[in-house]
Design a protein around this ligand. Sequence first.
Ligand code: KG4
Ligand code: ZN
Length: 366
Amino acid sequence: MEDRRSKSGSDHRNSEIEHRKSEIVLTILGIESSCDETSAAVVRDGRLLANVTATQLFHSKFGGVVPELASRAHQRRIIPVVQEALLNAEVSKKELNGVSAVYGPGLVGAILVGLSFGKSLALGLGIPFIGVDHMEAHIFSNLIEDPKPSFPFINLTVSGGHTQLVFVNGPFEYKLLGETKDDAAGEAFDKVAKMLGVGYPGGPLIDTYAAKGNPAFVSFPRPYLEEGSLEFSFSGLKTSVLYYLRKTGYKPVEASDSPAKNQLLADLCASFQAAVVDVLIAKAIRAAEANGVRQIGVAGGVSANSELRRRLTEVAAGRKIQVFIPKLEYCTDNGAMVAMVGYEKLMGGRTSSLELTAEPNLSLSS
Ligand code: KG4
Ligand code: ZN
């Protein structure tokens, strides 16, 4: 714990990592296919050369990701996506020194497509394969472009499947400080959007409607849990929205509705979003202060939320804490974050067996 707080200790660690990187030039491919994005990226010498993502938009008509259809779409897209990433990076397959792919957590059939492709490519080229934890990759999305946090930092990972606060002491040195006991933040956004009748995926749509709404219209509960807790729980908040809609006889909006009804929708979106954002901010700041850390990275699909980006940065600045949030294309699932982990792991000699298989419930470990 002591060296986490020591400035000179962390400066030494950061310069040691930079020095090690300057000696060897490695080129690595990263593949992401754990949910509904087929994505591939090329990283050389720790720098991103290209990132190509194909998003499966067709799930919106089913109101959520259909696992079987996701796997089939990955099958169709994996080769063109990888080829485009190599082309954009101006790198030939023969120049690759390693192939990395996500092996969990996520949808098993979806993961298997990218993982099997990645392993086969590595085998065919006679180069190492590196299995990557999707949650570790989200943390690395903050290390793709400048400005980057230096170690140690706190990472708030908020996606459709996870809500986690992680103490990041260095590459491969993580301590899980807290996570959700039930729904993930993104899942709550998606479920509430469904109740309001705004469509899927709910997060970006609620974000857009909320921009015109009053966050104080309804005071939905803020689930902080017990004093000092860094765990999350969003299912009670979701139920509270459901009861409110039932009590007030809310009917989902239609295109022909009056502006007043659209205003009601905007106010409800803003009120729900404010409750989620308040909790995420309070706990991220608490995690940083309790660990003597002055940097917070945010990652995962929900880090695209405009209110979270704006308010977390503002509140943290008032407490002399710096916030890092990746570019939008690196917030949601992407190959760049996978290639960054793959590069670090290859540099550290942490390659994987070709027998590595999909682990849909993989949990973050050091
Ligand atoms: O990280 P991600 O792309 O996939 C998972 O690993 O889950 O996250 C997807 C989640 C979805 O729940 C989506 O509704 C949410 O991120 N999301 C947002 C926004 N953009 C995406 N949530 C709130 N506001 C947004 N702007
Ligand atoms: Zn994700």
